[in-house]
Every structure is written in structure tokens, then in C-alpha cells.
Write a protein that binds this ligand. Structure first.
Ligand SMILES: [Zn+2]
Length: 238
């Protein structure tokens, strides 16, 4: 395969997968807004209800700005829900609110993968910053000076990206578990009815899960691409 082919397979395809997943979340969420949960509660009410039912009293729920900017902040013990989710009564809003509440439950019960993920956040951030500079510098050095300086820089960049990939890998069980908890909590309490309501909610949560898979695929693809570049250069040196 030619260089362009590798670039397409390892960089462009994963990037398109990521864009597709993001589009899919937005469109599934918009479609879910047409399906109002029969319970009539808002996302914020559901999140508070779930925390209360599990004896969690020190986690707040507040509005965050920006579409689908929903997240749980473990250091502030705060569930931040976007306006559409906070005030929304659609099954998509309830699904996302319950998913974020699922993260609060993970935190309260000391769920292993979440603790592991929190632990490596600083390393992953350093890895991400270092890899940006090292890969750009490595490619420039490779082209202008040669592999003497280019190869170590590229290796440093690959090491940084590997830290990011490990973080993204540990994120998968954390996210899948939060969505599983959300589905169980909402269907077992009857807040989301079986049938069309449950299907529309699942579509939003599954699409959101796909964005995390796509992010990991993109990082692994980039790592392999630069490894090939490194090996290719070493071979041409011999
Ligand atoms: Zn999540």
C-alpha cells in the first residue's frame, strides 16, 4: 500500500467515524426530543431523584451552557446538564441526565475504572500536549534534518499519544457502565416506558458511546501511522 493509502486508512477513516458519531448523537438526541417520557419529569428532577434514591446527598445539579455539554465533575461533586437536558422531559434528556447521575453513583461507590481514569488524567493531559509538539517537530525535523533528530521526536510523540490512548481505553468501561446504569434505573422505575420510549433513549446513549470508541480508534490509528513513518525512515537509512 502507498503512503496515501495508509494515511486514508489510519487517519481519514477514523476521523470520519468520529464525525459520524458526533452527528449521530445530535440527530438521535433531536429525534428523542419528539418522544416525551410519560413520567413528565425533567432531566434535572430525574438526576436529583436518582442521587436521592441512592443516598447521595452531597452532589449538586446545575445548568451548563452549550449543546450536549453534559458531564459530572467529580472534584466539585456537581452534575452539569445542558439546558435541553436540564429542563427537558424527552426520553433523550432523561437518558443523558441518568447517565451523568450514573457517574455520580460510580464516584460514590468507588467504581474501579473511574478511579483509575481519574488517576491518569494528569498523565494523559501531559501526553496530549507533548505529542502535539513532538509530532509536528518530528515531522519537520524528519523532512529538513533527517531521522537523527526526527526519529526521537516522533518516538516522544508516539509515547505521548499512547498515554492518551490508555486514558481513552479506560474511559470505555466507565462510559458503558454509566449508560447501562441509566437504562436500568429509568426502565426499572418506569420513568421511561418500554417500547418506543426506551428505544429512543437507547439510541442517544449508544451513539454517545460510539463517540468514545471513535476517539480511541482515531488515536490508535495515528499511533500506527507514525510508527510506520518511523520504521519506513529507518529502513531507508540502512
Ligand atoms: Zn459519561
Amino acid at each position: 500500500m502507498g503512503d496515501l493509502m495508509w494515511f486514508a486508512v489510519l487517519i481519514v477513516v477514523p476521523m470520519l467515524l468520529g464525525l459520524y458519531a458526533q452527528w449521530k448523537v445530535k440527530s438521535a438526541f433531536r429525534a428523542s426530543m419528539l418522544v416525551r417520557a410519560s413520567s413528565g419529569l425533567t432531566g434535572a428532577e430525574v438526576a436529583r431523584e436518582i442521587c436521592k434514591a441512592h443516598g447521595i446527598k452531597d452532589v449538586g445539579v446545575e445548568v451548563s451552557h452549550g449543546m450536549l455539554s453534559d458531564h459530572y465533575d467529580p472534584s466539585a461533586k456537581m452534575l452539569r446538564l445542558s439546558e435541553d437536558v436540564y429542563n427537558g422531559t424527552s426520553v433523550g434528556s432523561l437518558g443523558i441526565a441518568a447517565h451523568e447521575a450514573g457517574h455520580a453513583l460510580q464516584h460514590a461507590t468507588g467504581y474501579g475504572p473511574l478511579r483509575l481514569r481519574s488517576g491518569i488524567v494528569p498523565l494523559a493531559m501531559i501526553g496530549s500536549h507533548v505529542s502535539n509538539f513532538a509530532i509536528l517537530g518530528g515531522c519537520l525535523a524528519m523532512a529538513l534534518i533527517g531521522p537523527k533528530l526526527g526519529a526521537p521526536l516522533l518516538l516522544l510523540g508516539i509515547a505521548g499519544l499512547t498515554l492518551v490512548a490508555v486514558f481513552q481505553l479506560i474511559t470505555l468501561p466507565v462510559e458503558f457502565d454509566a449508560s447501562r446504569r441509566a437504562k436500568d434505573l429509568l426502565t426499572s422505575t418506569g420513568l421511561v416506558a418500554p417500547g418506543e420510549e426506551t428505544r429512543a433513549m437507547s439510541r442517544v446513549l449508544n451513539a454517545a458511546a460510539l463517540t468514545y470508541v471513535a476517539a480511541l480508534v482515531a488515536t490508535v490509528g495515528t499511533i500506527i501511522y507514525y510508527l510506520f513513518m518511523l520504521l519506513g525512515n529507518q529502513r531507508s537509512e540502512e
